[in-house]
Design a protein around this ligand. Sequence first.
Ligand SMILES: [Zn+2]
Length: 705
Amino acid sequence: MPVVRQRRLRSIHLALRHLLAPAFCCVEIRTKRKSWQMARRNGHTKVMVRCRAPILFLTLGMALGLAVAMVPVGKSRTGGRLEADPPDVILVTIDTLRADHVGCYGYALAQTPTIDALARSGVRFTRAYTPVPLTLPAHGSLLTGTFPMATGMHDFTTNKLPANSATLARILHDHGYTTAAFIGAAVLDSRFGLNLGFDEYFDHFDFSQLRVTNFDQLERRGDQVVDEVLSWLKLNPRRPLFLWVHLYDPHYPYTPPEPYASRFRNSLYDGEIAFVDAQVGRLFSYFRERGEYDNALIVLTSDHGEGLGEHGEKTHGFFIYNSTLHVPLIFKVPGVRPRVVEEEVSLVDVLPTLLQALKLPVPPVVQGRSLMSSILGRPSGASSNLYAETYLPLLHFHWSQLRSLQSHGWKFIEAPQPELYEVRRDTGERNNLFKGQGARALEMRERLYALMRRYTPPAGPEPNKALTDPALYDRLRSLGYVAVSPGTYVQPSGKPLPDPKDRIQTYELLSEAMSDGQRGRYQESLRKLREAQRTEPDSPTINFMIGLDDQGLRDFPEAMAQFQAALKANPDFSQALFNLGELQAQAGDLDSAAVSLARAAKLDPTNFVATFELGIVYLKQNRYEEAFREFQRTAAINPDYAPAHAAVGEGYLHLGKPNEAAKELERAVELDPRSRRARYSLGLAYQALGRQADAEREFERAKAP
Ligand SMILES: [Zn+2]
């Protein structure tokens, strides 16, 4: 190979290494945000529609026709609208909001005037529960009216919402609604599929910072979310509107702004709730001022509660006690008298309730039931069978999953040591009656199994794995989730899994260690991990976490040894393979790096960073064709990944295919306008095509600061 070409390729792969750091989809997001902000500045009033998925789903209701479906719910003429106008639908989810920390649920210390006022004028459910105490799957259930076995979303590192899901947004969109969502946390980023059916999905998280410890980037404060909502509303007068506002503030860590921080010095969690209540107040005020509040159909709820130390659980997701399942649920249905309902209900019931309130048909796939009878004060006659689960202990630690059935004041938890509580009396679930109530427990277990059989689709949920972005796991870790997925887990026959009850201290220790590591307190983190290793000597997860700390301390040989130890215990641990491969490449052991990264990419075909890094390793090994293939594969897995398009484009340049090169490089600069390298290469492609003026323009842009 000519020396010049070799040098050039070397400069390309150096450039690619450089490209890797800023990374990821943020660029597209920023561009869109910018164009929207520009539109806002220019006073444009056109609807800025951003819909990533084509709307294919037609509900059965379409057959009835729009006019028939839109039976009026409102009773008064407001805001100059006709009585036949369907109401706006406003869904507010306040993340991590324990029902018993809200004023209208009897909490004396609460300062939640907005929620309390909503409850006074609406219908408050005193016993509402989430089917899964984790943000992403809980919202998946809420927005589809189905349990996690139907959505396939059990936690935040596995599946995304199946593309054919009949989401609330999709159904309302198909019935003429403008649909918009404003999200407060990256855990609900559109990459997980909850944007299905939304015209506008305001997530816009800066994923370029994912590799950097940057705590402030993790969530968007409630006031910022509501600012975005209000700005958007002013530009988008089209009605009827389905608006979902997600406010993340009460999620750990508890850092309310002033004056709430001082006012709630001794209960910062309550301070976050008071702050978020004020933000909901700002939102409602907007609708009130425009005369649109009275006719709006409003639902306020949460995705899960918070342990706050009950049962030894600090946050949520590990257990399925009602400390983390019990959520507030308030409906304001225009024309319906205020009421308190004591029935046991689930978040999956929200979607069918809203559809019935709007007189829209409920798709047959929906597993929840409409609560309209109760809302109207009629006897519902429905029997409650509340399913709940957490697979976090299994998916991340190979400890047993937990599943429960709550029905008529009793709750059965299926676990290695099963539990039975009379939750009406024993709200704290402290007195396990399993031994004394064997017959009831067995009967409830049978019902739980029947429920699971009934709600699991025969072919299982449509597999739709979310993109694996290793940097996203880091972000999740810094949210306090122990986000390590050691691959698909198959239970070894006959060997009982540990009961999460016996592992809660280890789990909390690991959570703290992870939080320490995320903040650069590696030694503190390592001390906790070694302590946890005494209970769990063979845990590949702990080895992996120690490896991450070693990496942070720049002790790369030790980090590699830890990743290798994790892989010895679980050879299919794709994250460990990926991290090991990165370190091997860094150390110049290209042959081993190629093997590790190729295997990581094979085990997890959505890990687009693994295929990209594999391409870079192949470049370094002068395996150009294979490198080119990996870059193409990366772009196929994540079409929004600018570095992959830049690399493919440059590959085409070298193959003497300037047309194809220009196409890829144009995409690369569209996704990342700041990439000088891509601009320069695009100039070269234009030059080869004889487009001199275009070429000069790109060369100039490549020089721009
Ligand atoms: Zn949550």
